[in-house]
Design a protein around this ligand. Sequence first.
Ligand SMILES: Cc1ncc(COP(=O)(O)O)c(C=O)c1O
Length: 349
Amino acid sequence: MFDLYQIVRPNILALKPYSSARDEFSGHASVYLDANENAYGSPLSQNYNRYPDPHQHVLKQKISAIKGMPVENIFLGNGSDEAIDILYRIFCRPGADNVIICPPTYGMYEVSANINDAAVRRVALLPSFELDVHEILCATDAQSRLLFICSPNNPTGNSLHKEDIEYLISRFPGVVVIDEAYINYSRQSGCISLLTEYPNVVVLQTFSKAWGLAGLRLGMAFASTAIIDLMDKVKPPYNVSENTQQLVSQALTHIDQVNEQIRSTVRERNALTQALSSLPIIQKVYPSDANFLLVKVTDAHAVYTHLASHGTIVRDRSKVEHCENCLRITIGTPEENQTLIAQLKAYSI
Ligand SMILES: Cc1ncc(COP(=O)(O)O)c(C=O)c1O
């Protein structure tokens, strides 16, 4: 029942994308006078006076080799936040279409909806933090364009049941966006393999978490070639800087170091879970598949203020659904985690 071209905004289907100087001449030349760049160079030692590759060929090939996904199925953006915004611009007619989100979840799905004037249908997770599959389908209608599923979910930390995700994919009339920002920390495998079976899936991943490159801004979307072509058509031509393309390419050669950091984070996640669970002010530490813990305390605001006054900042999530008196605590280094525990012990006294 899924027909991609029925749900793409007509203006996007008709869009003639910007053709950059680098698109019109992609061979090798010795004199480039085609892009109004500064021919005299940059104040930095690199060739930053030149526009970057709009198609990120070299970087995509390296990512393709690591992910086992063809280049044609990969979109790269200025963080996954850019991919989220582009999906809205492709699929949601402002003032007409709606999207479904499952709070508590990552805040940008709703902010991007508001920016793009898409109606938001909020179907809360069950108290177990699993998807309310039935209610999601009840909230879906012919104008439902995107369903956002975040797994492992921010801020709850759990991975969502894969059977639920697949059930929804097979019934949702629009595109199911599975945000796997925290997948490298998860015990459960990701959903990229579902792409071979379903045409209506976009999987988002990012270099901001396990790869430790939040400052460079690089997000990935994996999807059918038809969806990736639309995303490429809508993106600003030079959305990933030369600096980011070069540095992420370098980082990809350090995969062992990244895997070691993931193991350390998971070890610390277990240690912190145990240490927190023994404190009297901690009522519950929710199981986590991510690099943070959701923790229910006796008085979230008071604990937050106490920690902040001692120089430690955590995220107060107590205002969001099912998260009364909950703090979200990122896993730090062993020293940072010990500092946190010592400060919490001082509060308990
Ligand atoms: C679930 C989720 N998706 C996406 C992002 C943003 O990723 P990026 O830095 O690639 O824009 C975050 C950041 O916290 C997140 O929690």
